[in-house]
Design a protein around this ligand. Structure first.
Ligand SMILES: Nc1ncnc2c1ncn2[C@@H]1O[C@H](COP(=O)(O)OP(=O)(O)OP(=O)(O)O)[C@@H](O)[C@H]1O
Ligand SMILES: [Mg+2]
Length: 255
C-alpha cells in the first residue's frame, strides 16, 4: 500500500486536480485507490460529483466523532476509485482537536484500526500547514508536492521543507518526498521555464518528468463532476495526467 500526501500550503498549486486525476488513472490501471479529502473546501469531493452538504459521514466524523473510517468511505462513479469525503464541518476540526492528546495522528490510527486496505491512498491537503495537513503527513509514507510554474511558486517552499523535516524528526521517520510535480506549465512563457529550472536545481531527481501543462479542460472538469479521463479524452490535461500516473506506477519497481 502506497500512502501519499499531496501537499503545498500555497493555494491553487494543483493539489486537488492532481489527486483526482492521478487517482482516476491509477484506478483505471486496476489499482484500488482511496482519495482522502482533508480540505474543508471539499474540492476533491465536489470534483467527483458529490454534494458536500448531503454527505452524512465525512472525514470530520472520523477525526472528531471517531466513527470507524470504513463507514465513511464511498465508492465513486469510477471503478476502483473510492473517497473519504469532506464537507465544511471539517473547518472547525483543527480547533476542536486542539486539546486532544495525539491529535497529529488521529487519521493514521483510524485507518489502521479500521484495517483500511488499498493499493494507493492519496490525501488532498488544505492550503495550510495546520493540524489537518499534519494528520496527512503522519498517515503517509510519501509526499508529492505540486508546484505551479509561476513567479510566487518558490516562496513558501522553505517553510514547507522545514515542516516536513520537523515531522520526519518527531512524528514519522519514514516519510519521504518522492515526487515534485510542475503544474500549469506553459512552455511559451519564460517564467514557466525559469521556475521549472529553479525547481529542478533544488529537487533534482525527485521531479517527475511529466509536466502538467496549463489546460482549460482541467479547470472545467470539476464543474461537471468528472475526472479529466472521462471529461476530455485527448486533451493535454488528459494526456499529461495519464503519463504522470504511468510514472507513478513505474516508481513501484524502484521501491
Ligand atoms: N494544469 C492546469 N491548467 C489549467 N487550470 C488548472 C490546472 N490545474 C489546475 N487548474 C485549475 O486551477 C485552480 C487551482 O487548482 P487546484 O484546485 O487543483 O489547486 P489546489 O492546490 O488544490 O488549490 P487549494 O489550495 O485551494 O486547495 C482550479 O481552478 C483548477 O481547476
Ligand atoms: Mg485543493
Amino acid at each position: 500500500m502506497r500512502k501519499i500526501a499531496v501537499i503545498n500550503q500555497k493555494g491553487g498549486s494543483g493539489k486537488t486536480t492532481t489527486v483526482v486525476n492521478i487517482g482516476a488513472f491509477l484506478a483505471q490501471k486496476g489499482k484500488k485507490v482511496l482519495l482522502i479529502d482533508l480540505d474543508p473546501q471539499s474540492h476533491t469531493t465536489i470534483h467527483l460529483g458529490f454534494e458536500p452538504p448531503e454527505i452524512k459521514n465525512s472525514v470530520y466524523e472520523i477525526l472528531i466523532k471517531k466513527i470507524p473510517a470504513k463507514e465513511v468511505l464511498l465508492p465513486t462513479y469510477e471503478k476502483n476509485l473510492f473517497i473519504a469525503p469532506a464537507n465544511i464541518e471539517l473547518a472547525s476540526a483543527e480547533i476542536e482537536l486542539v486539546n486532544e492528546i495525539g491529535r497529529e495522528i488521529i487519521l493514521r490510527d483510524a485507518l489502521k484500526k479500521s484495517k483500511v486496505d488499498f493499493d494507493y491512498i492519496l490525501i488532498d491537503c488544505p492550503p495550510s500547514l495546520g493540524l489537518l495537513t499534519l494528520n496527512a503527513l503522519t498517515t503517509a509514507d510519501e509526499i508529492f508536492i505540486p508546484i505551479q510554474a509561476e513567479f510566487f511558486a518558490l516562496e513558501g517552499l522553505t517553510k514547507l521543507m522545514q515542516t516536513i523535516d520537523i515531522v520526519k524528526n518527531r512524528l514519522n521517520r519514514g516519510i519521504e518526498i518522492t515526487g515534485i510535480i510542475i503544474t500549469m506549465y506553459d512552455a511559451r512563457k519564460n517564467i514557466c521555464r525559469d521556475v521549472a529550472d529553479k525547481v529542478k536545481g533544488h529537487f533534482k531527481n525527485k521531479i517527475f518528468k511529466t509536466k502538467i501543462r496549463e489546460n482549460v479542460r482541467l479547470a472545467e472538469a470539476p464543474g461537471f463532476g468528472k475526472t479529466i479521463k472521462d471529461f476530455a479524452p485527448g486533451s493535454h490535461g488528459e494526456e499529461d495526467y495519464r503519463r504522470l500516473a504511468a510514472e507513478i506506477l513505474r516508481q513501484e519497481k524502484s521501491k
